[in-house]
Design a protein around this ligand. Structure first.
Ligand SMILES: [Zn+2]
Length: 189
C-alpha cells in the first residue's frame, strides 16, 4: 500500500528539485537519452508532472521510486529516481520509455528467464564498450565486450569471467606501455 501523504510529499519534492534543476543523471541515462532522441528539456518536462507508479521507501541508502511523466508531445517516460532530501538532489538512476507489455502487465513479474534489476525489462545478450581512464588522462576503450543488455532501459551488465578477461587484457596493455587507444575484446581475450 502506498501512503498517500508520503506520495504527495514526494511529488512536491520532485517537482521542486526538477524546477530548480537539482537533478543528477547517471552517466548511462545521458548516453541513453541521446540514443533515443530524448532532449534534456523533454526530460525535464516529463519529470515536472510526475506520477508515482511504485515507491520503495525501504531502499538503502535512499528511498527510491518509479515515476511516470509525459513530455509535451505526449511521450511517456519512466524513471527510477532516488530522493536525497538531505542534500536536495534528485538522482536519476534509470530512464526509459515503457513498453506496451509493461503497460499491460502493470509490472507483474513475468515468466522471463532474466529481468533487468533496475526496470524489469527483458535482458538480452549483446555487447558493450568499456572506456577506462588511465593515468595522465589517457583512455583505453575496450570494444565488443559481451554483456547482458536490457532491451528497455539499455543498462548493461558484464559477467565476472568477462570482467576477468578485460582485467588481464588491461594489465597486459599497461605492461606493453599502451595507455591510449581502442582494443577489441574478442581479439585480445
Ligand atoms: Zn532495464
Amino acid at each position: 500500500m502506498m501512503n498517500q501523504k508520503i506520495l504527495k510529499t514526494w511529488i512536491q519534492e520532485i517537482r521542486l528539485l526538477v524546477s530548480l534543476e537539482k537533478v543528477s543523471l547517471k552517466k548511462h541515462c545521458i548516453l541513453r537519452m541521446r540514443q533515443r532522441g530524448i532532449s534534456t528539456d523533454e526530460f525535464k518536462d516529463a519529470m515536472s508532472h510526475p506520477k508515482i507508479v511504485e515507491y520503495y521507501k525501504d531502499d538503502y541508502p535512499l528511498p527510491s521510486a518509479l515515476i511516470l511523466g509525459f513530455t509535451a508531445l505526449g511521450r511517456p517516460l519512466h524513471a527510477v529516481v532516488a530522493l536525497d532530501q538531505g542534500s536536495g538532489i534528485l538522482w536519476i538512476i534509470t530512464l526509459y520509455e515503457p513498453t506496451i507489455e509493461q503497460w499491460d502487465e502493470k509490472f507483474k513479474k513475468g515468466g522471463n528467464d532474466m529481468d533487468c534489476p533496475l526496470c524489469k525489462g527483458k535482458m538480452e545478450m549483446g555487447t558493450t564498450i568499456l572506456p577506462f581512464g588511465m593515468k595522465n588522462g589517457r583512455v583505453i576503450v575496450v570494444q565488443n565486450v559481451p554483456a547482458k543488455v536490457c532491451e528497455q532501459c539499455g543498462e548493461e551488465y558484464v559477467d565476472m569471467d568477462v570482467a576477468r578477461n578485460v582485467e588481464s587484457l588491461l594489465n597486459r596493455l599497461e605492461r606493453d606501455g599502451l595507455s591510449m587507444g581502442f582494443v577489441e575484446y574478442g581479439v585480445a581475450a
